[in-house]
Design a protein around this ligand. Sequence first.
Ligand SMILES: [Zn+2]
Length: 419
Amino acid sequence: MKDYPNIILLTIDALRPDFIDCYNDCGLTPALKKFAKNSIVFENTFTQGPLTPLSFPAIFTGMYPRKVMDGFGKINKNFPTFAQILKEKGYETCGICSNHFLVKGTGFEKGFNIFYDANDFMKVGGLLYRWIYPAAFPNADTVNEKAIKMLKKIKRPFFLWIHYMDTHGPYFTGIKFNPVHKFHNEFLWIKATRRPKSVTKKEKRKLKTLYKKAIQYIDQKLHELFKVFEDMNLFENSIIIITSDHGEEFAEHGEFSHSRKLYDELLRVPLIIYSPKSKHARIKKIMGLIDLLPTVFKIAKIETDINFEGKDILNFERKYVISEANPDKQKNFIAIRTENWKYIFDEEKNKEELYDIRRDPLEKKNLVEKVSKQILYEFRNILKEFTESCPKTGNTADRYFDDKIKKHLEFLGYIDEMK
Ligand SMILES: [Zn+2]
């Protein structure tokens, strides 16, 4: 077997790049700042979907979610995943995930020799655990503890995927358990996700502060994890990837958390890749999470004859990235993002939006009625070509959740998704 590097994929739920120091000097993430200094920082990465189940199919398969999804929450077993491909190459594969969407039975566990999911974590003490445990999901302390145990046992080369939830609402800030704080924050979160219009300015500030504190907490936990990597000499022979599945919104377009919308506060994600053989670089090219797998495989010199829809972005110039809010539904809701423009088409409402990102980065002025017909014509053509060449192949009616998971996801704010 070839001398492959270890691959460590760290995904942090709902993490916006403008709250990280290597993208924006905000002073919140010293560990990530240091990590980025020796890594490749991708400045313009966009998710293929604004929710975990709409985004992870692209991360794990290098394919558009509409093609590989089997209803909402599941991936089709016919498409090989990151872990499956690496396992075939001789990797030991281990997944440790705290997100209730990515559990055994959804297909996201495929190819992992060891897969520890959110249900395994929460099983520890049943319902009581839910009330006395400081977070609404397994927090980074708990996840790291498990990951470090695994690291000590795992054979090399290995693929280790760790998913953190702390930056997901109701935001876990790492402060010592205090039931008053915990329930106050959870009630504010429930209000923000169910009745966004009733959130006051003060409450909005509070939500943002909690989000920032959660980011500081996760940065501290990454610092501790990197220390373990150092002690185990993993920086010498491992590719380490840090990214997120989507962004987070604070009523920029009316809602909180992450709804089925296609604005940049939800679509732009961080992507930082460390490789012992690469120098620090900043890549401004536009890319999607769909390109992550082919790019990492190229860096790791892993060859496969799978025809990914994503590309090795270090050797490819993308003109645009496509993201979808409804890959699991009949009607399309699609965004096409170029360096300078964002075009959105909502088939249900038969509505088009077009934003000039350079002049209007917050996407507030819809220019559909104002731009030349030629610009719109080009976007409509890209859309037509995409929907024809990449049909939705999954069962668009199916949803996969057992009652226990459903309850938990409802609490986390996914009300519409559970209907
Ligand atoms: Zn997510």
